[in-house]
Design a protein around this ligand. Structure first.
Ligand code: CU
Length: 225
């Protein structure tokens, strides 16, 4: 008797576990393919789409909540040095280091991604919020411009690559693959090293979103048009 009912419980648990991933998959399947100029709900999100047999394009959800043009993927001329990512278990994290433009033309970076570690990343700056006199971070509306021949330093308290919501912890010594996307679709892949760091705890200034991070993000961003 007892054994039978236990089996029954085990069955329904197993069934629930089996069903759950399918429900999630169906939901994810409803996402539409990005379209240049169309509204997107999570700025900083990027999508790589295979258009034709040999053509792959990047889309970036820009800070104005519109999808970028289809940007044909090519190899970036940028180089990086000493890239590292702040060790963290959950929530947000950020990546820093030196990015150099060795060419004689300016290069603008408009997006970043690290799908292994975060569903989307943003390019952030740290500014003074005059209302509170606090340093806060926010998305850089024009991305990162790296002038011909120049090196920029992404650093705590300054510009950085923000990981919005970790999918898995960044541990000390972890190798974190990151891709930067240029305004012409050029991609730069590099690896940042996980590092324990006490700073870089600026508040995220999301405009009118002052309450909880995740709920504020989704409600605030989906309501914009
Ligand atoms: Cu940030």
């Amino acid at each position: 008797m007892k054994k039978q009912s236990m089996t029954g419980i085990a069955m329904s648990v197993a069934l629930a576990l089996f069903m759950a991933p399918h429900a999630v998959q169906a939901h994810e399947g409803t996402h539409s393919t990005p379209k240049a100029g169309a509204t997107c709900d999570m700025t900083g999100k990027t999508e790589m789409v295979k258009k034709k047999k040999y053509r792959t394009v990047n889309y970036v959800c820009l800070p104005n909540s519109k999808w970028s043009q289809a940007l044909p993927v090519s190899k970036s001329d940028l180089t990086t040095k000493d890239m590292w990512a702040k060790a963290a278990n959950t929530g947000m994290s950020a990546a820093f280091g030196l990015v150099t433009n060795p060419t004689d033309k300016d290069i603008r970076v408009i997006g970043a991604r690290s799908p292994k570690y975060t569903s989307f990343a943003q390019l952030h700056e740290v500014v003074m919020d005059p209302a509170t006199n606090q340093m806060v971070m926010q998305q850089r509306p024009e991305g990162l411009l790296i002038k011909a021949g120049e090196t920029i330093e992404l650093k705590p308290g300054g510009n950085h690559i923000m990981f919005m919501g970790l999918r898995q912890p960044i541990t000390a010594g972890a190798l974190v693959p990151i891709t930067l996307i240029g305004s012409k679709g050029e991609t730069l892949k590099f690896t940042a090293m996980g590092k324990v760091y006490a700073g870089a705890n600026e508040e995220y200034d999301s405009g009118d979103m002052s309450s909880g991070m995740s709920s504020g993000m989704s409600s605030g961003m989906s309501s914009s048009n």
